[in-house]
Design a protein around this ligand. Structure first.
Ligand SMILES: Nc1ncnc2c1ncn2[C@@H]1O[C@H](COP(=O)(O)OP(=O)(O)OP(=O)(O)O)[C@@H](O)[C@H]1O
Ligand SMILES: [Mg+2]
Length: 230
């Protein structure tokens, strides 16, 4: 589903240039639940942003479902972002003037769904992440972990083909982390959703099919687990 070939990303030029990705290649199949691990600064967020078309690679190419997305014109790139991709940002990226429900349903409305349907889906998604009854609060009235869960609800509400999640549990305690990971697992198993999740927590890998580890902008290891059928 996702094919990445010799992907490179360099920030800046000359002496101060940072080579955040030094030429990484891998493939992710449809329906896989993948964890991306590695020390801080190893290039995880850089990779995720490029794959979700939020940033451009310096070199290399990647295709998603046979489509060479790296060279699409901007209008098609934003359509693709809107309709195919869900992204959970490391810093939530919520709109501070809008309530939790509005933050979640804005995207569905942009996709052309009716207000009523978008609102219903938003409430369902908020309930799934344990925020039932808090849909009217604006981000300032929510804790860090609650804001993070609004961002998660926003990304899962539209059931994107591919969900990119950048440390979605970073501000959650174990109970809430488990709740979120269970939701991801359900989306992955029931709807075959492809999920690429950055995490620092080794126990999170119990939920995934595969762990890709980065070191200094390169791939250090790629461990596929045997799927045990129950
Ligand atoms: N906009 C930018 N301009 C310059 N350098 C950047 C920029 N964004 C990231 N970098 C650098 O690129 C490298 C990779 O950063 P990246 O954010 O991808 O790391 P990460 O693996 O996600 O780290 P963390 O676990 O701390 O989130 C780091 O050295 C970082 O300082
Ligand atoms: Mg990061």
């Amino acid at each position: 589903m996702i094919i990445v070939k010799d992907l490179k990303r360099c920030y800046g030029t000359g002496d101060t240039a940072v080579r955040a990705l030094k030429g990484v290649s891998f493939e992710i199949n449809k329906g896989e639940f993948v964890a991306i691990m590695g020390a801080s600064g190893s290039g995880k967020t850089t990779l995720l942003r490029i794959l979700a078309l939020l940033d451009d690679a310096t070199d290399g190419e990647y295709t998603i479902r046979g489509l060479k997305v790296s060279s699409l014109p901007e209008a098609e790139r934003s359509y693709y972002r809107l309709t195919q991709v869900g992204y959970i940002f490391q810093d939530y990226a919520l709109i501070s003037e809008m309530s939790a429900a509005e933050n979640v349903y804005l995207l569905s409305m942009m996709e052309g769904k009716s207000k009523k349907e978008s609102y219903r889906t938003a409430l369902e998604a908020l309930e799934k992440v344990g925020l039932k009854g808090k849909h009217d609060r604006v981000p300032d009235e929510l804790s860090g972990g609650e804001k993070q869960r609004v961002a998660i609800a926003r990304a899962i509400a539209k059931r994107p083909d591919i969900l990119f999640a950048d440390e979605p549990c970073a501000n959650l305690d174990t109970t809430n982390s488990k709740q979120v990971l269970d939701v991801f697992k359900e989306l992955n198993e029931r709807y075959g959703q492809t999920i690429v999740m950055v995490t620092h927590e080794p126990w999170h890998t119990d939920y995934v099919d595969r762990v890709i580890t980065f070191k200094d902008g390169s791939l250090l290891s790629d461990d596929k687990k045997m799927k045990v059928k129950e």
